[in-house]
Structure formats: C-alpha cells, structure tokens
Design a binder for this molecule. Structure first.
Ligand code: DAH
Length: 334
C-alpha cells in the first residue's frame, strides 16, 4: 500500500464510521478496521514495504486514522447509550397527550346506527354505484319513460342513458340481478336531484333502502320490520302508521309515519300539528320488478328513507345546509 491508497482508505473508513447508525453497525465497523485481524493492524504491518522516504508520513497518517476511527465510534456509541437511557426513564403508563382526532359526521352516525338496527335482524349491507343508467334507476323499477322524475329538470343526466342516481332503489335491481332469492339487504348511499337548495332540500343527499324477498313475504312483515325499526331508533313508546301512497316499483305502496318524538303525538311545531312524522316510503315489490330481474315464486317488500331527514329529526337540526357546511362549531356538537 502506498500513501495515495492510504488516503483513499482513510476517506472510506471515516465515512463508514460516520454512517453507522446503531450499535450493531458501530460494532461491525470497529471489527472491520480496528480489531486484531482488521484493516488497521495490517496497514501497520505494511509499513516496512513503504518507500523509506514516505514511511514517516505513512506511519503518522495511519496512526491518526486509527485514533480518529476510535473517537468517532466511541462518541456514536455513547450518544446511543444516552438515548436508550432517556427511553428507559420514560413512563409508558402515563396518559397520552390528547390530540383532536376528529369524529364521525352526523350523516355517518345515522347511517351506522340504521345499519346496525337492521343487521340485528339479518339484513346485510349492499352498495351500489352513484353513476347509474336509465335502466336500473328507472325502467327496471317500473318507472315509465314519461314519468316526471325522468325530466331533465329533476335528474342530472350525463347523456341519454347515464345519470347520477336519484334514489338508492337501483341497488335493489343490481342485487337481485346478481343473486338468487332470498334477499335481505339495506343499502345506504348518496343520491342526487336537481333540487334548489333550501332548509330542507339539497341536490346531494343520502338514502337508505331496504329489500326483503322470500317466499310468502307479506305486508304484515313490512309493518312489523318498520315497527321494530321505529322502536329501536325512537324508543318503545313510538307508534307507527301506514298511509296509502304510490311508488312505481311497489304495489301496494305506503308511506310510513312515526308518532312525533317531541310531542308524543299531540301535535306541535316539529310535526306541524299532525302528531306524525313522515319517515319512509315502502311497499310490496311490484311483480313487474321481479319480472325484470327474473325472480319467480317469491314476494317481497322494500322501503326507502332519507338519512338527512332522520338526522334532522333525531338531533333537532333545523336546516339541512348545516350538514354540508363543515363548520366545526356545528360538527363538534355531535
Ligand atoms: N325511492 C323512493 C324515493 O326516492 C323511496 C322508496 C319508496 C324506496 C318506496 C322504496 C320503496 O324501496 O319501496 O322517494
């Protein structure tokens, strides 16, 4: 080895020593350079082969390198030991510092609680898609082309056939197309309508849909399931009533009201004096819908309700827009 090679070695060795970032790496570098069979002792042994006029400088440089490596490694090891000592002083049982972690939005809270109530009686969650086609959102739901909801003014259309779904009902069709009966699902999700925003309307809102299909399912089953749901969300004193209604995809169709949770049915501002609050649309699945999905020999019921509406009733929120403004002063109350 000559002087030039030694100075190259010096550069590598020092950068390796400085790069060692844990006790194992430090020890590896020490063994490689400073141990008895390491690089430095063999460099020293090589001294006699160095040209006589260079020997002085070579010896001094090699010694300096050895000392420098020893110092770098010892310092690194010390600082690691003191870091360990700091860690061992730390009391892991102390309570942590409380950080604002965020929490569920009231819409999510309502969806979660509705899903939980239905999952207790065997309903599973099915998810659909926000971008739907005319067939699933309307036609297969027995909604004829001249129905006013297909109007350009009510629905966000992308083109002649694609649209933002106006209801969660198309998920019924997609589920029945993809599986045989029996079916017992709830499907929460976003819906879109070209409504002008005001205190009770939003162009983007959420619904949860339910579908129960099997042999011999009757209107009495629908009524008992919705009555069970009412008691779970509103408490055991709530009363439920059905009013005849019309939906294209159910026959007969009903609207389901819960007795007002504020006045208990006497009549107040919240229920506009009627004692009842409209909660869900529902009915027996129309045979035309079963025809579209190829189901035979079964009956079923379906229902759909607005999540925002339930949130507003449950939490006494006076204006739907609060739910979308992301104002922390509002959201922190839940
Ligand atoms: N899709 C209806 C709406 O948006 C709600 C609805 C009514 C859903 C009756 C149903 C049903 O499944 O049976 O107004």
């Amino acid at each position: 080895m000559n002087l030039e090679e030694l100075s190259q070695l010096k550069e590598t060795a020092i950068s390796e020593a400085k790069a060692a970032s844990n006790v194992h790496e430090i020890e590896d570098v020490r063994i490689k350079y400073l141990s008895r069979k390491g690089v430095m002792p063999s460099v020293m042994k090589n001294l006699k082969n160095v040209a006589p006029e260079d020997r002085g400088v070579f010896g001094r440089t090699a010694n300096e390198l050895k000392n420098e490596l020893t110092t770098i490694l010892a310092t690194a090891k010390d600082s690691m030991a003191s870091a360990d000592a700091d860690a061992s002083d730390f009391d892991f049982t102390l309570p942590g510092e409380w950080k604002n972690t965020g929490k569920s939005h009231p819409i999510s809270m309502v969806i979660d609680s509705v899903v939980e109530v239905f999952s207790k009686i065997g309903f599973t969650v099915a998810e659909g898609q926000d971008i739907e086609d005319r067939y699933h959102n309307f036609e297969a739901l027995n909604t004829p082309m001249y129905h006013p909801s297909l109007d350009q003014l009510d629905t966000f259309w992308f083109n002649d056939s694609q649209l933002l779904r106006t209801q969660t009902s198309p998920v019924q069709i997609r589920v029945m197309e993809s599986q045989k009966p029996p079916v017992r699902i709830v499907t929460p999700g976003r819906c879109y309508r070209r409504d002008t925003t005001d205190a009770t309307h939003s162009a983007n809102f959420h619904q949860i849909e339910g579908l129960y299909v099997d042999e011999n399912v009757s209107l009495a089953d629908l009524k008992s399931v919705l009555a069970y749901f009412a008691k779970e969300v509103m408490g055991k004193d709530v009363k439920v009533r059905f009013r005849p209604h019309f939906f294209p995809f159910t026959e007969p169709s009903v609207e389901c009201d819960f007795s007002c949770h504020v006045c208990g049915g006497k009549g107040c501002r919240v229920c506009k004096g009627s004692g009842w609050i409209e909660i869900a649309g529902a009915g027996m699945v129309d045979p035309r819908v079963f025809e579209c999905v190829g189901y035979e020999g079964v009956t079923g019921f379906a229902f759909g309700m607005g999540i925002e509406r339930i949130a507003m009733i449950k939490y006494g929120i006076p204006d739907i827009r609060f739910l979308y403004e992301n104002d922390a002063r509002f959201l922190n109350q839940f």
